[in-house]
Design a protein around this ligand. Structure first.
Ligand code: SF4
Length: 183
């Protein structure tokens, strides 16, 4: 590993509203979330890694908030992590708009004000977990959203100013046909 090559930061938000039966991610359902405590833990961990010789002095090329369901978290937490990352590492660009900062969003947990909060926090790319636009498939997957909610989430993200949006779609579900998936 070249000592000064840029690095990519992954930040995990491990909470979900419901544990989907197919999921093997590190995700957990909690009635209440102590976001302030989790924010402190993330900032402590960031400070720790920033002082390690293999990372010290290296630039950040991107940040990715994955989960779990990062869109459950307050925009203030996301903004605080981005600011801390910016102060501990140099960004591989003139300002944070120039490095890619992605947040995974569950269509069942967001509206335009949520998206606007993430945008304001410095997120410039969304990855929306659509998975399917077929309500029967979404039900089988135990997702908390409908196809219509997924489309609404995409439109809300656009209205909040996001012009870089990934949509996750699952292929290979039981009885799913290629034609159905294409549709
Ligand atoms: S929403 Fe995603 S991370 Fe959460 S349980 Fe479902 S598949 Fe897993």
């Amino acid at each position: 590993m070249p000592s000064l090559s840029p690095i990519l930061l992954y930040v995990h938000i491990p909470y979900c509203i419901h544990k989907c039966h197919y999921c093997d991610f590190n995700s957990h359902v909690r009635g209440q979330h102590d976001w302030q405590q989790y924010e402190r833990a993330l900032l402590t961990e960031l400070s720790h890694w920033a002082t390690q010789p293999q990372f010290s002095g290296r630039q950040l090329q991107s940040i990715f908030f994955g989960g779990g369901t990062p869109s459950l978290s307050p925009g203030e937490l996301i903004g605080s992590v981005i600011e801390e990352a910016k102060s501990l590492f140099r960004f591989d660009a003139c300002d944070e708009e120039d490095i890619e900062i992605t947040l995974e969003a569950n269509p069942g947990t967001v509206d335009q004000s949520h998206f606007a909060g993430f945008r304001e926090a410095g997120v410039n790319r969304l990855s929306i977990g659509v998975q399917s636009l077929n309500d029967g498939e979404l039900k089988w997957l135990e997702r908390i959203h409908s196809g219509e909610q997924a489309i609404n989430a995409f439109n809300a993200a656009r209205e909040a100013g996001f012009d870089n949006i990934n949509l996750d779609l699952i292929y290979g579900l039981p009885d799913q046909t290629l034609e159905g998936w294409m549709a």
